[in-house]
Design a protein. Structure first.
Ligand SMILES: Cc1cc2nc3c(=O)[nH]c(=O)nc-3n(C[C@H](O)[C@H](O)[C@H](O)COP(=O)(O)O)c2cc1C
Length: 433
């Protein structure tokens, strides 16, 4: 069933629809909570708005930020989020998601450093404060395309994700995994030297570390038990930590707390069939990451953008429209974020998937933060469409509908094509399909 496209001009329209759907969408007319400071890892963010990692597929072939990468982060810096979660950056070349995914190396370190410095300078000049900047370090695993075509590195064969089973030599060996873990040490050292405030050991959206969390059917040290399935992630943390020398530099993760497709072996799902959330293991994992590695916050997300993109980024346009109202998708994310925040009150949670609400996204973000359901609200597609919505929110308490994200999916199509990704509706001088 196709649901109607977005037709909620007023906040009360969202309230009415939400009631009908029995959705969890705490909305607040007063957005002032979003402009309160938050202390993270001994540093202060100026506000509770973060920009989520948004890969632009516009790095140079050697992995340095390209012209459009620089343009994107300059725009982000001007907008004034309290935190910028810098997009996925590869730790090893064979696991880049595209030939233009960023990849931090000794050779291109200066280009990253320059960009990080510029982000701080621009924001300081425009807004009077600098954002915290966290770099997302990744191994794209199953979705590696370092030469522009798929060269998957998988944790195990997962039938719902493979039309025909991938060959055994696509399954990474335990010794490959140990090598990939070590790569996080080199990346963390470079990340710190580039001037980032912290590094994310990316563990979401079915990339390698995330896939291993559900590797029930994998034999050996990295499959089966909870301890084995979380081994890679924790070893990446250990490797990264061994390379960190500055006391203020922190580690964290963007973590999938719910895989959510029909398959009994998922992470954050009950064994009934993969669709019912069960956050017991994600909560345990976050507590352990806090205890063992002192994570100062956790960035919570869900779904697999290749398999069930509506779970990750609810939308109402495009070819693949699921039998679910997009507000139910937003609600699932908000419930998950809130459940985690309440279960782990000493770890501030950064929530995801606000953009579907367009001009009302700030009201949902404020409702979530004011209600104690998360500490920060992270925006993805809205940041591509018009990062300036933060200024509007601050100055008038509302976002104008004129430049908001339309959830058309164009940015994701560009990303999948391996071409520079951005907003085809609101930034169309630069981005076209
Ligand atoms: C073009 C594009 C690039 C993305 N790149 C990343 C990325 O590098 N790392 C990541 O964790 N998520 C990535 N995401 C997911 C977003 O960070 C975010 O979770 C998602 O868009 C939902 O948030 P929103 O509703 O605010 O857009 C990307 C999404 C899109 C559409």
């Amino acid at each position: 069933m196709r649901h109607e496209a977005f037709h909620y001009p007023a906040l009360t329209d969202i309230r009415t629809e939400s009631k009908k759907l029995n959705a969890f969408l705490p909305l607040s007319e007063d957005v002032s909570t979003l402009f309160e400071a938050l202390t993270l890892a001994g540093k202060q963010t100026a506000n509770r708005i973060a920009f989520q990692p948004m890969e632009g597929t516009d790095g140079t072939e050697d992995g340095a930020p390209g012209e459009l990468t620089v343009r994107r982060y300059h725009r982000f810096a001007q907008a004034g989020p309290g935190l910028i979660w810098f997009e996925a950056v590869a730790t090893v070349p064979e696991a880049r998601a595209s030939a233009h995914q960023l990849w931090l190396t000794e050779k291109n370190l200066d280009a990253f450093k320059k960009l990080v410095d510029e982000i701080r300078e621009i924001s300081l000049k425009e807004n009077g404060y600098a954002p915290l900047i966290v770099m997302q370090a990744t191994n794209s695993g199953r979705y590696s395309k370092p030469h522009g075509y798929p060269e998957p590195l998988i944790a195990y064969n997962c039938p719902p994700l493979e039309d025909t089973p991938l060959a055994a030599d696509r399954i990474v060996t335990d010794s490959d995994l140990r090598r990939y873990e070590e790569a996080y040490a080199a990346t963390a050292a470079l990340c710190q030297r580039a001037g980032f405030d912290g590094m994310d050991v990316k563990c979401c959206h079915r990339y390698l570390a995330c896939e291993l969390l559900s590797a029930y059917t994998r034999p050996g040290d990295y499959g089966g038990s909870y301890e084995n399935r979380t081994r890679f992630l924790k070893n990446c943390y250990r490797a990264a930590r061994s390379a960190v020398t500055e006391p203020g530099f922190f580690l964290s993760s963007r973590l999938n707390v719910y895989d959510g497709f029909a398959y009994p072996y998922g992470f954050g799902v009950s064994a009934e069939g993969g669709l019912t959330p069960d956050l017991t293991e994600p909560i345990r994992l976050i507590r352990e990451l806090k205890q063992e590695f002192g994570i100062p916050l956790i960035n919570v997300t869900m779904g697999n953008p290749y398999k069930n993109p509506h779970v990750n980024r609810p939308y109402d346009h495009g070819n693949y429209v699921p039998d679910e109202h997009p507000l139910e998708g937003v609600s699932r994310m908000m419930r998950g974020v809130s459940e985690i925040q309440h279960a782990v009150p000493d770890v501030p949670v950064l929530g995801s998937a606000f953009s579907y609400l367009r001009q009302h996204a700030g009201n949902l973000a404020a409702g979530m933060v004011a209600g104690g359901h998360c500490a920060m609200a992270g925006f993805g597609r809205m940041a591509f469409a018009d990062p300036g919505f933060i200024h509007e929110l601050r100055e008038s308490g509302a976002i104008s509908p004129k430049r908001v994200c339309l959830t058309c999916g164009g940015c994701a199509v560009l990303l999948r094509q391996g071409t520079p990704a951005g907003c085809i509706a609101r930034d169309r001088e630069v981005y076209k399909l």
